[in-house]
Write a protein that binds this ligand. Structure first.
Ligand SMILES: Cc1cc2nc3c(=O)[nH]c(=O)nc-3n(C[C@H](O)[C@H](O)[C@H](O)COP(=O)(O)OP(=O)(O)OC[C@H]3O[C@@H](n4cnc5c(N)ncnc54)[C@H](O)[C@@H]3O)c2cc1C
Length: 424
């Protein structure tokens, strides 16, 4: 029995008392529920299981002891150090939700989100690597691949091999399903031709989840998902030089007559678009977690300065003009966190979370950007230098409104859900 159901039992009133107390409420609810379906949304608690707290502790320790000393150097060199990647695997952070049968930690979705948030408090680049590996690559293989693929590849993904999720192309960004990479059926194998862009983790990856079209005449219904090994002929081009999350590799890939065995098709031929939509809806919760971690991380390193630095004879954090600003930001971070974890719980409970996932990502990245920007301002000149991590957090925050669906695309998703709800 989980902690929520134990709590539910403790709080349960007698059936008679409950009937009496809810009657007037039920009448009002009936009245309101004639109109849109708002009152019927179940509530989710912001509480953590023992397992989730354990993950949080392990990650927080790993992040502060192992990652923190390397953050600035990795950013400067635009390189994820191999020992950091090994540490992620050794601590079970690259297979959080993967079944124990395949070498994973068999953790909950909220545990995965917690890992992403904690890592981002220290380094959003390491968090990006871990998030994309867990919530996109592993998720796709775990949910849709055959047992044979899982035995061969998921065990590696959970224990020692980095993976990439390859959907975007030069001509297919927000309009991802206009992708041009082709997969031609040659009997017992497919031949892949085309290129991908912006692929995270690809400098380090050995395993690639690739979306390609087997029959462009069918449009997006030709999109199929393949598991491709680097050794099959994936060419990884030079890394992009980026504004933020610079230690996280982002490269273009080329497939030039890459032969992929038929048994490496993930799920069903022509269903790739559906898998991508489902995975990205969920992935957005991961990016929201990365952004709230980033916001909390920069807030935590900045706030002490406000009580050390004195101007006009008092700590700057005591001026009302400053107090109101950090009170506002702290409130926004809390709201973003509640929204994100609530969405993660909704997903765990099998509820429809698409609108809430878009809201979480949209809002969390706005809060992250605002927080990092404010933190720089609160520190004055020192905040603007590379001596202090606020400027890096600020640069890192910008990616939140771009990958896994830009902010406009999130707004579009939210608007569609609202329009559907109110136009029925
Ligand atoms: C660092 C980084 C890592 C990434 N990692 C991966 C990865 O691992 N795998 C992967 O597959 N992809 C990855 N991406 C790609 C990412 O998902 C895309 O960049 C993103 O979806 C936006 O696509 P685009 O860059 O082509 O922008 P575009 O789609 O060209 O958008 C440009 C602008 O137009 C706006 N716009 C587009 N369409 C609409 C519309 N219908 N209504 C309103 N506004 C619109 C957008 O909001 C945006 O402001 C990564 C990108 C970056 C920068």
């Amino acid at each position: 029995m989980n902690s929520i159901s134990i709590l539910g039992k403790r709080l349960a009133p007698s059936a008679k008392t409950l009937r009496r107390s809810i009657q007037p409420v039920a009448q009002s609810i009936r009245h309101f529920s004639q109109t849109p379906n708002v009152a019927n949304q179940p509530l989710n608690l912001f509480s953590f299981t023992e397992e989730e707290n354990m993950f949080r502790d392990v990650v927080a320790r790993y992040a502060t002891e192992q990652v923190l000393p390397k953050v600035a150097e990795m950013d400067e060199k635009e390189h994820m150090f191999p020992e950091i990647i090994k540490g992620l695997f050794d601590n079970g952070l690259m297979g959080v939700e993967v079944d124990a049968e395949y070498g994973g930690a068999n953790g909950s979705f909220v545990s995965a989100i917690t890992v992403v948030e904690e890592l981002a408090k220290v380094d959003p680049s390491v968090s990006a690597m871990c998030d994309i590996h867990n919530t996109l690559t592993n998720r796709c293989v775990s949910d849709y691949a055959s047992k044979e693929i899982k035995e061969k590849y998921l065990t590696r993904l959970a224990t020692d091999t980095v993976g990439s999720f390859c959907l975007s192309e030069a001509g297919a960004g927000s309009d991802a399903f206009s992708l041009a990479t082709r997969a031609e059926d040659r009997g017992d194998h497919y031949v892949l031709n085309g290129s991908k862009m912006w692929i995270s983790n690809s400098a380090e990856a050995e395993i690639f989840v690739v979306f390609a079209n087997v029959d462009p005449s069918k449009g997006y219904k030709g999109i199929t998902c393949f598991l491709v090994e680097r050794g099959m002929g994936v060419e990884v081009a030079k890394k992009e030089l980026k504004l933020g999350i610079r230690a996280s590799s982002t490269c273009a890939l080329t497939f030039d007559n890459v032969k992929v065995p038929k048994e490496n098709v993930i799920g069903e031929v022509g269903k790739g678009y559906k898998y991508a939509i489902d995975i990205l809806n969920e992935g957005r919760i991961g990016i929201a977690a990365q952004m709230i971690g980033l916001a909390q991380g920069v807030f935590n390193v900045t706030m002490p300065y406000l009580f050390q630095r004195k101007q006009f004879g008092q700590p700057i954090g005591q001026f009302q003009g400053m107090q109101f600003q950090y009170a506002q930001i702290a409130t926004e971070i809390e709201c973003a966190r509640l929204l994100t974890y609530n969405t993660a719980r909704m997903r765990e409970q099998g509820l429809d979370f698409v609108k809430e996932a878009a809201m979480s990502k949209l809002y969390a990245c706005q809060v992250a950007e605002r927080t990092a920007s404010k933190c720089i301002e609160w520190m004055g000149g020192i905040g603007f230098t590379r001596e202090f991590p606020a400027e890096k957090f600020f640069r890192d925050s910008k990616i939140g409104s771009i990958y896994e669906g830009t902010s406009n695309i999130q707004l579009q998703t939210i608007a569609k859900a609202i329009a559907k709800q109110y136009s029925q």
